[in-house]
Design a protein around this ligand. Structure first.
Ligand code: SAJ
Length: 440
């Protein structure tokens, strides 16, 4: 039997041993789904504590069901290790490591490179290798393929299959999880695409969309996230104009949403957070320059979205001066540091920048987030000095700014006890009496 026949048979018989490199918000849910589908799965991570928590059955990812992890580890279907030599035992490897930006907004693919090198050292024949991390088109063929071939001495397409299948994880989404979200697969060669797609079909209960190359799959993922980035920038920019015109952009978007086709609602906010939307488009922007091409829309939307924290602070300052108060010395409470509502993740959260800017203006800032007691920002650790908010606490502040619309907040209590509220998320949309509420 050739490699293709061998792998198709092993998939059929659930004999494939799965390896998942990177046990974060993408990798751990994927490892759990693979193991739940009956494939023995080994998680690989460089962080000892993650490996330890998995092997103790302690879940640390919101989108994973605690008991699933516990059961899978107990049954031996799922285990984790920092020892990459076990890669020699696996037949399918998904690489799900971070692809951040460096301080100059340039792609940082060091995690992809180092994990590929670790995989290459132990890569054995008849294995599928799939990159899931969002990256610029060309990464799989131009970066991963040479590393894997050189280090292992194996030939791509003959001794191993290589492809790209972008992760689609919307943290906190209660409808779409790893299991039921359609997935795109693009391999190097038709056989690679066919076999890798079959592997995903054996695990996921959703459409697996095959494309002709890894580059198409890499580009479609960037398109997905750039589409969101640009449309959020559009409503953010129009929000600043609408404020000057005395129009509520929130009302405008809700009206436009009444159109049943050809319009998707995006809402303004204090800026763009998360590990994908604010970052991924810059991977394409960077790669485009190699072709002498400027992705002007990505540049423009980045400028607008990056400006939103500053714009929020300008608006806060105007609210204070309306009450003859200066920003300098004003007592301000920022509610919600997560990058979006009802999650405990603050990566790239615009609220952190808002707090930093307020402090630069010498405001006396406190913050509170029921999901996040402390955060790290620019290497500094920040601890909330509040463990809850109540009527008495709210009355102490000149201004309350809502930067994440957590459903745990009691918005009626906030309205009743805050002198002024600046709501950057329309979190208080159901509050009738709005005399002390200003909307972004
Ligand atoms: N945001 C707005 N206005 C909007 C929507 C979002 O200001 O109308 C802000 C959010 O508050 C957040 C940021 O943009 O700070 C990103 O939000 P997001 O809803 O795109 O959520 P992410 O980054 O957690 O997850 C996204 C996925 N989300 C959705 O599809 C809804 C999806 O784009 C990707 O699958 C995922 O990133 C990824 O991993 O790439």
């Amino acid at each position: 039997m050739n490699m293709k026949e061998k792998l198709l048979k092993k998939i059929e018989e659930k004999q494939i041993i799965v390896g998942v490199v990177g046990l974060g918000y993408v990798g751990l849910p994927l490892a759990v789904e693979k193991a739940k589908a009956g494939f023995k799965t080994i998680g690989f991570d460089v962080q000892e504590e993650k490996v330890k928590m998995v092997n103790e059955g302690h879940n640390y990812i919101g989108d994973v069901v605690d008991n699933d992890l516990k059961e899978l580890v107990k049954s031996g279907m799922l285990s984790a290790t920092t020892d990459f030599s076990f890669i020699k035992d696996v037949d399918f490897i998904a690489i799900c490591v971070p692809t951040p930006l460096d301080s100059h907004q340039q792609p940082d693919i060091s995690y992809v490179k180092s994990s590929t090198e670790s995989v290459a050292k132990y890569l054995s024949k008849d294995t599928m290798v799939v990159l899931e991390s969002t990256t610029y088109p060309g990464t799989t063929e131009d970066l991963l393929k040479p590393i894997l071939e050189k280090e292992s001495g194996l030939k791509c397409g003959e001794d191993f299959y290589l492809g790209f299948s972008p992760e689609r994880v919307d943290p906190g989404n209660i409808i779409y999880k790893t299991k039921n979200t359609p997935k795109v697969v693009g391999g190097i060669g038709k056989d690679a695409t066919e076999v890798i797609a079959k592997m995903y079909r054996a695990v996921l209960g959703a459409e697996i969309h095959e494309v002709s190359s890894p580059a198409v799959a890499e580009m479609e993922k960037i398109l997905e996230n750039t589409y969101r980035n640009i449309n959020i920038a559009l409503v953010n920019e129009l929000t600043m104009l609408c404020h000057k015109m005395g129009i509520s952009m929130w009302e405008v978007v809700d009206a436009a949403k009444s159109k049943p086709y050809g319009f998707q609602a995006f809402y303004p906010g204090p800026g763009l957070g998360g590990h994908c939307i604010p970052l991924d488009p810059y991977y394409l922007d960077w790669k485009a320059r190699e072709y002498g091409f400027h992705t002007s829309m990505i540049q423009a939307s980045g400028m607008i979205n990056d400006k939103m924290p500053e714009y929020c602070v300008e608006r806060a300052s105007k609210i204070l001066s309306k009450d003859q108060k200066s920003m300098n010395g004003a007592k301000i409470l920022v509610l919600g540091v997560a990058y979006k509502n009802d999650i405990d993740d603050y990566r790239e959260s615009p609220a952190l920048r808002v707090i930093e800017l307020l402090e630069e203006e010498k405001a006396d800032v406190d913050w509170f987030d029921p999901w996040i007691p402390e955060y790290k920002y620019k290497g500094q650790k920040h601890q909330s000095n509040l463990t809850e908010i109540n009527e008495k606490i709210l009355q102490e502040y000149d201004l309350v700014i809502i930067t994440a619309a957590h459903s745990k907040f009691d918005y009626e209590m906030i309205r009743k006890n805050a002198k002024e509220v600046f709501d950057t998320r329309n979190a208080m949309k159901d509050i009738k009496n709005r005399e002390n509420i200003e909307l972004l």
